[in-house]
Structures are given as structure tokens and as C-alpha cells.
Design a protein around this ligand. Structure first.
Ligand SMILES: Nc1ncnc2c1ncn2[C@@H]1O[C@H](COP(=O)(O)OP(=O)(O)O)[C@@H](O)[C@H]1O
Ligand SMILES: [Mg+2]
Length: 462
């Protein structure tokens, strides 16, 4: 044979009860280089396929025992043999047999008597088809395996990705927390350092002022009495000496003695007012600079607010740029509040100073008519809320107000809208920490651009 190469290695099973037929076909196939198995009836053909799976079966129809059609059916219903292509060997011209064979799953038929070329040509086609199908199947399998492998890899990748994401998320949360802690520690440091240096300085100054003020204050009373005595004696002299020496009369006119005698008591009393005020400031400074981080104290909050106002008083007065700011105190009947008074004083100062900033800023932007119609005000209202067992301090200004975008950031560390020489962005973040964290209270802000701002501090009573 010329083209036996494409066949070689393939196994063919011939099933025929006629030894002559068997011999003829055997020779043709053997010559073509095929591996040939034979069976003389359907039963033994089925038995053979249990051990060897041929690449093709040539099946006779009329046989003793089970015939070719039955053999074909059984081969087709068994999964391990159902794929084997079957070619029926039929008698020439028997169309019925051909059709039945094909309907049972045969791929082709050859007719007896056999023509060598036809047999080989048909076998070649079906073997090639069979080989291609097998190759395709194995390729398919390979592909399937690769797809499975890929799916597995993808799944692993996805899992790893997810793990990574979870870890990144966890790490980010950790870092965020760490940053927050750091900022808080920093705030606390700044706050305590500021408070202790400033507090010490202020307390020192207040203390130093206290002694000289005390003796001026004490001596002013004596001075007043002495002067009163001197004036009485002087008047007596005047009565006793109706016409004194002209030098005395001249001098008395020069110094305007009448006015001097009249004015001297007033001078003394305004000195007393001044000294009293210095004493108040000194007391306020000491109130304000209380360094009290260790334990809470029962405190009169109004004293703290008043001392903050006193310290900021110079900023409430009118100057060449702005009209005065009116402070309206609407104090309720507050009990003593357990708190760290020095720290709360700092909160009051921060919030009132911000209100003054906002009013000044508004003052620059409005004309005097507008300011007259709506004079700059800071309203401070305090009250007890027995139902919530807390006290609230509301500090409200009719200054510039702020947008919602700004309002949402005011408690952020270092957030400021002011120029660097004016703002640090620390005031409210420190205040928030003092109120919310140190006192378990609440600090809220409501604001409307162009209308004003209100801060509400709530401190629990127990
Ligand atoms: N009463 C207020 N009216 C308008 N804006 C305010 C008021 N209080 C605070 N702000 C805004 O909040 C920001 C943050 O305030 P703060 O933390 O005290 O920092 P600073 O005063 O140094 O800017 C201010 O820059 C300002 O924009
Ligand atoms: Mg501020």
C-alpha cells in the first residue's frame, strides 16, 4: 500500500462468522499496516472490547447468536465503547439494512463482495476522523485542564487580593488611629505646656502685682483721711487768718486753691476705683491661670467667664477700626460645676476671642449704617438642664458666620481661615478636647454666613 502511514498503529476489530470474508478483509487490512483483531460472533466481539478498545469496528449483520444490529446497539450503550466508529458490512443493494445500521449509530457501510480500494478508502476516512476526534478530545481535555488551572489561579489571586485589601484596610485604620493619637498627644502637650508657662507667668505677675496694689489700696484710705484732716485744718487756718500775707494769696491764686480743694477728694476716689480695678484684674488673672490638671473642683463657671471677658476687655472697646462690641450676659442660676476650671477658662477665652475676630472681620466689611442697625454683640447665656443633668453655656455672636464647609472643619487640628500671624488653628481643637474628652461634655457650633455663630458648651453635672 502506498498510503498505509496514516493507518499504522490503528487497531481494527472485524466481526464476521464467515471465515472466507474474514480472511479477505484481514489480508487487505494487514497489508495496509493495521493491527487487526477478529471475532466470529457478536458475543465474542463484545467480550474483546472489554480488554482492547479498537479504533474502528467492521461489523457483519447476519451472524449466529446476537446479530450485527444488536451488537451495534450494545456497543453504543456502553460508555467505554460508544465512541468507536462502526462500519457495517452489508449485502449489495440492501437499502433497508444500510438505513437501519446508520440509524443505530454506524458511521458507514461497505458492501459485499468487497472492493479492496473502496474498503481502504472508507476505512481511511473514518480512521482519520477517529484520530482527529481523539486528538481533538485530548486537546480539549488539555484545554479544560488549563482553564481549570487558570480558574484556580484566578481564585487564588482573588483571595490573595482580598487578603491584601483587608490587610491594607486594617493597617490604614491602625495608622489613622496612630495619627489621631499623636495629634491628641501633641495637643495635650501644647496645651499643658502653654498652660503651664503662660499660667505660671500670669500667676507670677498677678502675685507680684498683688502686694504693691494691696499697700496702695491700704494707704489710699489713710491718705484720704490725712488729706481730709489737712483740709479741715487748712480751712480753720483760713478762718483764723482772714487777711494772709500777699505772697500766700498770690500763690493760692496761681495754683487755683479753690479748685484744688474741691478736686482733691475726687482724685483720691478715682485712684481708689483704679486700684480696685487692678485688684480685680489680679484676682481674675489668678482665677484664669489656675493650673489644675490633677483633680476636678466644684467651680463657679460665671467667675471663669467673667475673668475671660476681663482679659479680653481691651478687644471689646471701640478703636479707630471698629465700633465697640456689646457683651450681654444672660446668666442663669448655676450650681457649682465639677470641672478643671483653668481648662474651661481656656475654652471660654478661645471661643470669645473667635467671636471677637468674627465681629471685627464683619466690622471691616460692613458700613457704619449697617453696624448701627445691627450692633456687634456677644450674648452669653448659661442655664441648667435638670433633665440632662448638665449645664450649658451658649456663646453667640452676630459676626461674619461661616459656610457649612468651614463649619465642618473648625474642630480639626490646625484648621484656620485666618492669616498666620492671627490664627493658629489650635483654639477650637484644644477646646473640643477639653470639653469632650476631659469633661465628657459636648461642644457644638451652629453658624449662618452673614448672620452669626453660636457655640454651645455642655458640661455634665456629675
Ligand atoms: N465665631 C466664629 N465665627 C466665624 N468663624 C469662626 C468662629 N469661631 C471659629 N471660626 C472659624 O474656625 C476656625 C478655627 O478656629 P480656631 O480653632 O480657634 O483657630 P484660629 O482662631 O486660630 O483660626 C477659624 O479660623 C474660623 O474660620
Ligand atoms: Mg481661635
Amino acid at each position: 500500500m502506498t498510503n498505509n502511514l496514516s493507518f499504522s498503529g490503528n487497531t481494527i476489530l472485524i466481526v464476521d462468522d464467515n471465515p472466507t470474508n474474514l480472511g479477505v478483509i484481514f489480508n487487505v487490512l494487514d497489508e495496509a499496516g493495521l493491527e487487526v483483531l477478529v471475532a466470529q460472533d457478536g458475543e465474542s466481539a463484545l467480550q474483546k472490547t472489554e480488554y482492547v478498545i479498537p479504533d474502528l469496528i467492521l461489523l457483519d449483520i447476519m451472524m449466529p447468536g446476537i446479530d450485527g444490529f444488536e451488537t451495534c446497539s450494545r456497543l453504543k450503550t456502553n460508555p467505554s465503547t460508544s465512541d468507536i466508529p462502526i462500519i457495517f458490512m452489508t449485502a449489495l443493494g440492501n437499502t433497508e439494512q444500510k438505513v437501519k445500521g446508520l440509524s443505530l449509530g454506524a458511521v458507514d457501510y461497505i458492501t459485499k463482495p468487497f472492493k479492496k480500494e473502496e474498503v481502504l478508502a472508507r476505512m481511511k476516512v473514518h480512521l482519520e476522523l477517529r484520530n482527529l476526534t481523539k486528538a481533538l478530545a485530548s486537546k480539549n481535555q488539555l484545554l479544560e485542564e488549563k482553564i481549570q488551572e487558570k480558574t484556580r489561579l484566578e481564585e487564588t489571586l482573588q483571595r490573595l487580593n482580598q487578603e491584601l485589601e483587608t490587610r491594607v484596610e486594617a493597617r490604614t485604620t491602625e495608622l489613622k488611629q496612630a495619627l489621631q493619637n499623636l495629634q491628641q498627644t501633641q495637643l495635650q502637650l501644647i496645651q499643658s505646656e502653654k498652660m503651664s508657662t503662660l499660667g505660671q507667668l500670669v500667676a507670677g505677675v498677678a502675685h507680684e502685682i498683688n502686694n504693691p496694689v494691696a499697700f496702695i489700696h491700704g494707704n489710699l484710705n489713710h491718705t484720704e483721711r490725712y488729706i481730709q484732716d489737712l483740709l479741715t485744718i487748712f480751712q480753720l487756718y483760713q478762718q483764723q487768718t482772714p487777711s494772709p500775707d500777699p505772697a500766700i494769696t498770690t500763690l493760692a491764686e496761681e495754683v487755683d486753691l479753690e479748685y484744688l480743694i474741691q478736686d482733691l477728694p475726687q482724685v483720691i476716689s478715682s485712684m481708689k476705683v483704679g486700684v480696685e480695678r487692678i485688684r480685680q484684674i489680679s484676682v481674675s488673672l489668678r482665677t484664669f491661670s489656675r493650673t489644675d490638671n490633677t483633680s476636678k473642683q466644684e467651680t463657679n463657671l460665671h467667675e471663669g467667664i467673667d475673668s475671660a471677658l476681663l482679659i479680653l476687655k481691651y478687644r471689646l472697646k471701640a478703636n479707630e477700626k471698629i465700633l465697640p462690641i456689646e457683651v450681654i450676659k444672660n446668666y442663669g442660676d448655676l450650681p457649682l460645676v465639677p470641672c478643671y476650671p483653668g481648662q474651661l477658662n481656656q475654652v471660654f477665652i478661645n471661643i470669645i476671642a473667635n467671636a471677637i475676630d468674627a465681629l471685627e472681620e464683619a466690622g471691616f466689611k460692613r458700613n457704619s449704617e449697617a453696624i448701627k442697625a445691627n450692633p456687634s454683640q456677644i450674648i452669653i447665656k448659661t442655664e441648667v438642664d435638670p433633665s440632662q443633668n448638665n449645664v450649658s453655656i451658649r456663646i453667640k455672636d452676630n459676626g461674619l458666620g461661616m459656610s457649612e464647609e468651614i463649619r465642618s472643619k473648625i474642630f480639626d487640628y490646625l484648621f484656620t481661615t485666618k492669616p498666620p500671624e492671627k490664627g493658629t488653628g489650635l483654639g477650637l481643637s484644644i477646646s473640643y478636647q477639653i470639653v469632650v474628652e476631659k469633661h465628657c461634655g459636648q461642644l457644638n457650633c451652629y453658624s449662618q454666613p452673614g448672620v452669626g455663630t453660636e457655640f454651645i458648651i455642655k458640661i455634665p453635672l456629675s
